[in-house]
Write a protein that binds this ligand. Structure first.
Ligand code: FAD
Length: 365
């Protein structure tokens, strides 16, 4: 009789969870993968994503880069990345760099992975994980908000910055430390890892259609160049996405003194333009034109997590924003989710053996 397959449950069908599923499917043929997603379908907000060259190498190794180019266009599409000190009526261009990046609509990037999880994975929607139990001698048990349960051999939390998996994992680690008589400040530092923290910044995001910007400001620098408009504790970053069909705009207002606090209130709401226009009044016209065209931006609260001492405990691991959510200043969070999980999955390829069913998660990652 053949050995039963190893069952892996992935919580969260965002870029991190789906890229991990694709990596695992490519690495092994002896696993059963279940993806549990809280939403009704796999989806991403209507905004752009910047991809740096390293992730293109990862997609190349999967044979997925042509699919990416179908949505984002081929490499070398954009001219230079430009930098302007822009918080004055006549800004100063002070530098430029090679624009070795790819701008893609987030939903399109997700599609690249969704297309490759239709066979080999079972996707379950409207399944919001509340908690899990990882008791010796039994499979890991998952409890969902709809009252149902499921089991698996290994659990992967790819459920974003608010991660229920991370919260449960660090609650259990803190309990174990408390029982072992560890000092209260050490126990508290584990509890601090459960919740996200506010990075002190607010981001306003909107896609502007290319023809709208062309009409308002012919030959605008942002049409063909990723551009940084900079000021003190504020900046506007733009880059073309989807073969230049849109200009992705993100205007950031930072309150560095608030870093580490908890933001009370909604994290993502659509707002009117007035607050934003006031923040960027008297900037260079190249910047204010974009700001005015962002007529109904999504106001996004930038949250992150404490530096975590571990990403795995027992038969459970976390990845992506659940593990290392970061501020958006380097436009790299999603890329890190893909790169870290994919390279680790492949590195572990030879070390995962038939006995993994009872092994700790560290053998897989
Ligand atoms: C304004 C902004 C701009 C950014 N720009 C860039 C950029 O240009 N380049 C870049 O690389 N990164 C960028 N990032 C970062 C990037 O968006 C994240 O790092 C990335 O989306 C993380 O992917 P993830 O799959 O780990 O988490 P998420 O995208 O948050 O996905 C988590 C998934 O889990 C599901 N889920 C949540 N809780 C549960 C639960 N309890 N049970 C079941 N399912 C659950 C959610 O519905 C979601 O589908 C940006 C972030 C922000 C906020």
């Amino acid at each position: 009789m053949s050995n039963p397959k190893l069952t892996v449950a992935i919580i969260g069908g965002g870029i991190g969870g789906l890229s991990f599923a694709v990596a695992l499917l490519k690495a092994r043929n002896d696993v059963v993968i279940d993806i549990y997603e809280a939403g009704e379908t796999f989806s991403e907000l209507g905004a752009g994503l910047n991809l740096w060259p390293r992730v293109l190498e990862v997609l190349h190794s999967f044979g997925l880069e042509d699919e990416l180019y179908k949505y984002a266009g081929p490499p070398g599409l954009y001219k230079k990345m430009k930098f302007m000190k822009a918080d004055q009526p006549e800004g100063i261009y002070w530098g430029e760099a090679p624009a070795n990046m790819h701008g893609i609509h987030r939903a399109d990037f997700l599609k690249v992975f969704v297309n490759h999880t239709t066979t080999g994975c079972t996707s379950h929607f409207s399944k919001k994980l509340l908690s899990y139990e990882d008791a010796a001698g039994r499979p890991v048990t998952l409890k969902f908000a709809d009252g149902t349960t499921a089991t698996c051999d290994l659990l992967v939390g790819a459920d974003g910055v608010k991660s229920a998996v991370r919260s449960n994992m660090y609650s259990q680690i803190a309990d174990e430390m408390e029982k072992a008589g560890r000092p209260s400040d050490v126990v508290q530092s584990m509890k601090n890892c459960m919740k996200p923290i506010w990075a002190g910044s607010i981001i306003y995001r909107q896609l502007i259609p290319r023809e709208v910007l062309e009409k308002a400001f012919p030959d605008h620098v942002a049409l063909d160049n990723p551009t940084f408009f900079q000021g003190k504790s504020k900046f506007l970053i733009t880059y073309p996405i989807s073969k230049g069909r849109w200009v992705n705009c993100a205007a950031i207002v930072a309150r560095h003194d608030q870093y580490g606090s908890t933001y009370e209130g909604s994290w993502a709401v659509r707002v009117t333009n007035d607050v934003l226009a006031e923040e960027y009044a008297n900037w260079d016209p190249a910047a204010t034109t974009l700001i005015h065209l962002m007529d109904s931006p999504i106001r996004w609260v930038m949250n992150t997590v404490e530096y975590l001492p571990t990403y795995a405990s027992g038969r459970v691991a976390i990845l992506g924003d659940a593990a290392h959510a970061m501020t958006t200043y380097q436009a790299a969070g999603a890329m890190q989710a893909v790169e870290v999980t994919v390279t680790r999955t492949f590195r572990s390829r030879k070390s995962l053996t038939e006995g993994a069913r009872t092994a700790s998660f560290s053998r897989l990652c």
